[in-house]
Design a protein around this ligand. Structure first.
Ligand code: ADE
Length: 341
């Protein structure tokens, strides 16, 4: 069944007679085209390697998944969606932003699936936060600004990431963000602003609603999960849409400024209880403008989050918030990022 993963891109064998106008035959890459180096990332059903492409000498990141493991863990849909979303984000549009890990190719052998991706040479944002404890105001504005541009673009394409967190915000050689890990994404049928009476629901895996009495497995990470993903409202059909990413954005902004995520605890259960009770505090000295923005994003009711009514459009209400004073969103990708000190 995993075959479907590969059939989406054409695989042509030895070219037969072709008219002059035919495109060049597409030959699939294979693991032999690369030298695999060290492990640079590990997930529950994949391992990411740094690799060098022999033909070009280019450094790339290759995500490797074992077919057996994916089938056993029923993760086929996640793998297919990850590929679909990365292809969508790679499609050039006039409003595209370069803030996503690129998918260069996919291929497979008897046991494994391979995703050849752009290599984020500077690791992830979490490492930097840990190293410097907190980002200063300039860095917080710059990196929150790039993250917002990335979220805006995903939402305009109907993509909800659902697992935004500092570990999934990678950094390029030039220290611009590259969002990664699209296995938890949900594709919205059409982009509509959420309303409290929406009737379709999704908890996690397939983006479809669950049969009565069956709860889908939880997707996401406890510290950044929105209350609507956790709450019993789900079984009454509350939609999980773009505002779930705005919640995570609020949590990440809090972490940029203070060093730690707002909802913390010794285990996921305790974190979930705090999320549902909106139980968090701001440490002394927290930037006042950032505090106001976080408070407007961390609303239990998804439709009340700043920008929620603009989902799928431009998040002007967030960009115009005083926290972002002086940020030129449209040129962030070509600015020299402030040094993280
Ligand atoms: N870890 C996971 N994906 C990565 C990538 N594309 N580049 C660097 N490290 C990664």
């Amino acid at each position: 069944p995993v075959k479907q993963f590969m059939s989406a891109t054409s695989r042509m064998s030895v070219p037969t007679e072709q008219p002059d106008t035919a495109p060049p035959p597409v030959t699939k890459k294979s693991p032999e085209d690369f030298i695999f180096k060290e492990i640079i990332g590990e997930g529950s059903f994949s391992t990411v390697y740094l690799a060098k492409e022999l033909k070009t000498g280019r450094q790339v990141a290759i995500k490797v998944c074992e077919k057996r493991h994916i089938l056993r863990e029923r993760k086929k849909d996640y793998v297919l969606r990850e590929k679909e979303v990365m292809n969508l984000l790679n499609t050039k549009r006039k409003d595209s932003v370069p803030f996503f890990v690129k998918l260069y190719s996919t291929f497979h052998d008897a046991e494994k699936l391979y995703f050849e991706m752009s290599y984020a040479a500077r690791g992830d944002v979490l490492q930097y936060i840990r190293r410097v404890e907190t980002l200063d105001e300039e860095c917080s504005k710059f990196y929150a600004g790039e993250l917002l541009q990335a979220i805006e673009h995903m939402h305009s394409l109907g993509i909800v990431h659902r697992d935004l967190k500092p570990e999934n915000i990678l950094l390029s050689e030039t220290m611009h963000i590259l969002i990664s890990d699209f296995g938890s994404c949900k594709l919205m049928d059409h982009v509509v602003p959420p309303s409290p009476s929406s009737s379709s629901s999704s908890l996690s895996d397939s983006g479809s609603s669950n049969p009565p009495g069956r709860r889908a497995s939880f997707v996401g990470t406890a510290q950044y999960v929105s209350p609507e993903v956790l709450s019993d409202d789900l079984r009454r059909g509350r939609i999980v849409g773009p505002p779930a990413d705005l919640w995570a954005f609020g949590c990440i902004l809090y972490q940029f400024v203070s060093g730690l995520p707002p909802f913390r605890g010794p285990n996921d259960y305790i974190i979930f209880k705090k999320v549902l009770a909106l139980e968090y505090q701001f440490p002394e000295g927290f930037l006042p403008n950032a505090q106001d923005l976080v408070q407007q994003l961390l609303k239990l009711e998804p439709t009340e989050r700043l920008g929620a009514s603009q989902a799928g459009d431009t998040y002007t209400s967030i960009k115009n918030h005083p926290f972002f004073n002086g940020v030129d969103f449209d040129t962030l990708y070509c600015q020299t990022p402030p040094k993280i000190l």
